[in-house]
Design a protein around this ligand. Structure first.
Ligand SMILES: [Zn+2]
Ligand SMILES: [Zn+2]
Length: 826
């Protein structure tokens, strides 16, 4: 068995970098390639020869321009036979397919009229199209069905596809890389790559068509959920006594606000069958039609507001036949968002209409397919070497314009060339500046700028450093000779890179293990993180702290109480002084993260000017605490940190998609999506405490009425239990009553659980978590609240989301917040 081919990998990286450089330049001489890539002339010559032999590059005879004596330099271009990729989307009446070259330029686009109820017929048709498309590197197919492990899950749109391993079957027919994905996810990719979502990290894409589906981009990564059914927004229950839905539930959003329902209602009113286009046209001047569409928009907007409050995207994209910019449906959505979302959230959430003419999924398929090409790999090598998050798609920086022979899109309105179809990336680089190969749209601008500054030679060096640290991470202490063998890098290069890594404090020399005969090769390992990690949790009663070593092992903890009714500033000062003492005890080189009981902006570490908790408005805990400690601190929301802690070392250990719910008067939720803590665009992710439960409910501290947290306040329980003698019932007293076996108190907790579960149902439908963890003080007397949450989620969630769901009590208790703060540093 051969070791990992490190040397081959370097060669491959260089080859792909060089190919990407030629693609970006269009036509380029070898001398310019040397300049552009920073590689040696001999390396460039060798790689060009190899790529020409592989049919990827072509050489052109340059015309002598008289400026230089001797033989004119020959330039290279991407060969016509270099091939491309195929994107396909299965629709009700056939398959929409497009093939593009490696630069993302369309070559052919077709609508294949086939019976989509028969998967084999569809797969044969796609295979036939692909076979006629020349050299194809990758094919991506979009379907209106959840996909899990490459297998199509049951779906009401494509019932015959259930259980079909579509990717595998197509791969057998085509012998190249084939991926099958949910079309809502592809829509998000399409919008990020070619549409209105360019540059956004957190996006909800709503397609209001035959159903109502939602594609999610969280932190720059498409979110598919634990069982691939994320985005089930159409089956969010909006009317418990409403019409039966095809999913088996009652009163789903789809049964009220989908185009089919709206058009049926309008047709009855006007006494003639109406198309979507006609309904949109009518609504421009007819008050009844306008009102029907606006109502549907408000209904959709109510669910969008819940999403804005809890998933906290920076952008909601609306797409579908009834939707036009500034139309009544869009206004309805905006109305509801203003009314039901937190003021800061409503203000910062953009609602825009897709400009891709119903082709978002198809363009998303193309963007995804381009990932598997040499040019995209070259782009990735560029981005990998930079800091910051790397989007796993959107990597070809060229523009897509409709092919000349492209038929009109299915809505009958093919956009003109360049209108809404030109990649935002393609237009981004300043004139005269060679476009950065890795100009992926979903990367933070600062990180992208940093990456752009790196020379290709430096990028390649960083790739090599990664190779060495990868080996050390997997094997622990390793002999230098083994590093050379495993990476297949030249020995001199390994010596040089190890010296650099040691100098940077990333790697350190270590004693060899069991010594073999002969002179032992020097050994190296990853350097342990210097100093200690300090996690602080600010709460109403005081400050909790955990100190851990660089690997996250707890070495100390403590609690510093505060008198009731303390000022916010006093809380922060106390936290800072407590941290100072712990650092004096455990070493001054602590890295500090702080948990706070309110949404906090992920970039600035500040509370908003109109925070949900008025006493925190305008404060910056990051600045207050850093000023005392003399070092920067990270600040995160407490429920988000609880979710992270429970997912990494608590009740949901090992799960990648987790929803944490806090059941007490400070209710909130935390989201772990794809293994990462999700904070949202302005830090409001998981802010369920102020979701509207009842329009005319008790007043809440946030200024709204009928918020979830108002129904979980001790005062509400006091009134509910009808015991005036209890006076102002405290949390402690309620918990004690339930522990002592008081039946009404226990029933009140079960009901509280049901209310929490019912309220977060849309969040579960959209996120599709594997595990819901219930924590908070109300879980202390036993399973009552957890049982209530479980019952409500299984009853109200879309059946597909409920099927894969486990509801468990939290395992970490009050340490979850400081432990989450520690985990956020690892
Ligand atoms: Zn339904
Ligand atoms: Zn509220």
């Amino acid at each position: 068995m051969s070791p990992p081919a490190g040397g081959r990998r370097v060669h491959q990286v260089r080859r792909d970098l060089l190919f990407a450089a030629v693609r970006d330049a269009g036509r380029i001489s070898r001398a310019d390639l040397v300049r552009r890539t920073g590689m040696a002339r001999m390396t460039v010559n060798g790689l060009v020869a190899e790529l020409v032999a592989a049919g990827l590059l072509a050489e052109e005879e340059a015309v002598p321009d008289g400026t230089r004596a001797g033989r004119p330099a020959r330039s290279v271009t991407v060969a016509a036979a270099a091939g491309g990729v195929v994107g396909a989307v299965v629709e009700a009446d056939g398959v929409h397919v497009v093939t593009v070259d490696l630069a993302g330029r369309p070559r052919a686009e077709r609508h294949l009229r086939v019976d989509t109820a028969d998967p084999q017929v569809v797969l044969d048709a796609i295979a036939e199209f692909v076979s006629s498309a020349g050299r194809v590197w990758s094919t991506v197919v979009g379907l209106s069905a959840p996909i899990s492990g490459g297998v199509v899950q049951s779906s009401s749109v494509l019932p015959a596809w259930s259980g079909i391993a579509a990717a595998g079957e197509l791969r057998r027919r085509l012998a190249h890389r084939v991926t099958v994905r949910n079309d809502a996810d592809l829509c998000v990719l399409g919008e990020v790559r070619y549409g209105v979502a360019a540059g956004h990290q957190h996006v909800c894409h709503l397609r209001v068509a035959s159903g109502i589906g939602c594609g999610l981009l969280l932190g720059g990564v498409p979110h598919t959920g634990a069982t691939g059914v994320a985005g089930e927004i159409g089956h969010v229950q909006v009317d418990e006594t409403g019409a039966l839905c095809r999913c088996g539930n009652r009163g789903c959003l789809e049964t009220i606000a989908s185009p089919r329902e709206i058009l049926a209602a309008l047709s009855a009113t006007y006494g003639e069958p109406l198309t979507a286009a006609r309904a949109v046209e009518l609504a421009r001047h007819d008050a009844t039609a306008e009102r029907v569409l606006a109502d549907a928009g408000r209904m959709i907007g109510r669910v969008v507001a819940d999403l804005a409050n809890t998933v906290n995207p920076s952008l909601v994209v609306l797409d579908g036949p009834l939707i036009e910019p500034d139309g009544p449906l869009v206004h309805g959505v905006r109305d509801s968002l203003r009314r039901y979302a937190q003021p800061e959230v409503a203000q910062s959430t953009q609602v825009r209409v897709s400009a891709l003419g119903g082709r978002a999924a198809l363009l998303g398929a193309v963007a995804a397919a381009l990932r598997a090409t040499p040019s995209a790999r070259g782009d990735r090598a560029f981005t990998r070497a930079g800091a910051g998050p790397v989007a796993p798609f959107a990597l070809a920086p060229a523009a897509v314009v409709p092919a000349a022979d492209a038929p009109a899109s299915r809505d009958g309105a093919a956009p003109a060339a360049g209108e809404g179809l030109t990649s935002r990336d393609g237009a981004a680089p300043a004139a005269g500046d060679p476009p950065p190969a890795g100009s992926s749209a979903a990367v933070a601008p600062a990180a992208a700028a940093r990456r752009r500054e790196l020379s290709p030679a430096r990028r390649e060096r960083l790739v090599r450093r990664d190779m060495i640290t990868d080996v050390l991470r997997g094997r622990g202490p390793t002999a230098r000779s083994d590093i050379v063998r495993l990476t297949r890098l030249p020995r001199a290069a390994v010596v040089d890179l190890l010296a650099e890594l040691c100098h940077d404090g990333v790697v350190e020399p270590c004693p060899p293990g069991a010594s073999r005969s002969g002179r032992p090769s020097p050994h190296f390992r990853l350097a342990a993180a210097a100093g200690v990690l300090l996690g602080l949790a600010l709460g109403p009663e005081g400050v909790r702290a955990v100190v851990a070593d660089g690997a996250g092992r707890v070495i100390d903890d403590g609690f510093r109480p505060l008198p009731a009714g303390h000022e916010t500033l006093q809380l922060m000062r106390t936290a800072a002084e407590f941290a100072r003492e712990l650092m004096d005890r455990h070493g001054a080189h602590a890295t500090v993260a702080v948990s706070v009981p309110s949404p906090v902006h992920p970039l600035t570490g500040r509370f908003g000017a109109r925070s949900v908790l008025p006493m925190f408005s305008g404060f910056s805990p990051a600045e207050e605490i850093a000023a005392v400690l003399g070092r920067p601190v990270q600040v995160h929301n407490n429920a988000q940190l609880c979710a992270l802690a429970e997912a990494r070392r608590g009740a949901a250990r090992g799960a990648r998609d987790v929803l944490y719910l806090r059941a007490d008067q400070f209710t909130g939720a935390g989201i772990v999506a794809g293994g990462r803590m999700h904070q949202g665009a302005i830090g409001y992710a998981g802010e369920v405490g102020h979701l509207n439960v009842r329009e005319i409910g008790p007043l809440c501290i946030c200024g709204s009425r009928g918020c979830l947290s108002a129904f979980l306040a001790p005062a509400y329980f006091g009134a509910l239990l009808e015991r005036p003698r209890l006076g102002s019932l405290s949390e402690d007293r309620l918990v004690a009553l339930a522990v002592a076996g008081d039946r009404p108190a226990r029933r009140a907790l079960v009901d509280a659980g049901r209310l929490i579960g019912r309220t977060v149902t849309p969040l579960c439908d959209v996120l599709n978590p594997a595990v819901v963890v219930v924590g908070g003080r109300y879980t202390e007397p036993g399973a009552f609240v957890v049982d209530g949450v479980r019952e409500a989620l299984h009853r109200h969630c879309a059946p597909s989301a409920a099927a894969g769901l486990t509801v468990v009590p939290a395992a970490l208790g009050r340490d979850a917040e400081p432990l989450g703060a520690i985990e956020s540093l690892l």
